[in-house]
Design a protein around this ligand. Structure first.
Ligand SMILES: [Cu+2]
Length: 264
């Protein structure tokens, strides 16, 4: 409850600044100002998977923390930062991207929406697009379907400059609900040696909104109450997305705090 008055106070303070200074702060075109964002990854393909990511950028040092739940237990999950740094308006896909109407937005079907792999969020080694399907270097969900990830990597200046144009996708779903990746839903359009289940996107979240200014201590807080589960047998994907959006809004409210104004 204390946060809201402080936030309002900050807006008031900003309004009192000279207009030129305010604009300069809002468009960090040249200064390598540190940025941190909370990204809420919302369920795709009725996977039931969601995640919260904290991403912070200091110069070209990018730290990514992800806490996910509802993933396929015991399975590796490819995860990438998708999108373009050249001004294309990519975004997370919705079910209408399912061109062959098999009920699954495959990675290939999603690509026109979320763009190509920009960074592979591997656990070690290469983080380029080349490692996009390096399944042995992606994190594995635990037996409850939870996954925690943290890595700091160096990104290109392009990525640093256009970080807000990007988004995070985790892959790997379990269409037939047997607890593992198998071939029943077909093979991946990306690699005919991998099941479609292993590469189809499970969730997606866009880097957007105000920078939260600094990385909160103690990791990520995800949903704390009931109502975040995806209904098992309905077509209420939109309802689920709406619920996640509300959670995202609530989470954003409590994390808006910046100390940077003092050092500007
Ligand atoms: Cu991806």
């Amino acid at each position: 409850m204390l946060v809201i008055p402080r936030h309002i106070a900050r807006i008031t303070a900003l309004a009192a600044l000279p207009a030129a200074l305010t604009l300069g702060a809002a468009v960090p075109a040249t200064a390598a100002e540190d940025q941190a964002y909370q990204v809420d990854l919302e369920t795709l393909n009725e996977s039931g998977a969601s995640a919260t990511a904290l991403v912070s950028l200091e110069g070209r040092e990018l730290t990514v923390k992800i806490q996910a739940e509802g993933l396929v237990p015991g399975a590796p999950h490819a995860q990438h930062i998708h999108g373009s740094t050249e001004g294309h308006d990519f975004h997370c896909p919705d079910p209408s991207a399912d061109e062959d109407n098999d009920g699954i937005v495959s990675t290939v079907e999603g690509l026109p929406d979320y763009g190509d792999i920009n960074i592979s969020l591997t656990t070690e080694g290469d983080t380029s697009k080349d490692s996009g399907l390096a399944v042995d270097r992606f994190p594995t969900a635990d037996q409850d379907g939870n996954l925690t990830y943290e890595r700091t990597l160096t990104v290109s200046q392009d990525v640093a400059d256009h970080f807000k144009d990007l988004h995070i996708v985790q892959h790997g779903i379990d269409v037939n609900g047997n607890g593992k990746y198998d071939n029943e839903a077909g093979m991946s359009p990306l690699d005919d040696k991998l099941p479609l289940e292993a590469t189809a996107p499970a969730n997606c979240g866009m880097v957007k909104g105000a920078s939260i200014g600094e990385m909160p201590e103690g990791g990520v807080e995800t949903g704390t109450g009931p109502g975040t589960e995806t209904p098992a047998d309905t077509s209420s994907t939109l309802m689920a997305l709406g619920g996640a959006g509300l959670l995202a809004a609530a989470a954003t409210t409590i994390t808006v705090r910046r100390r940077r104004s003092e050092s500007a």
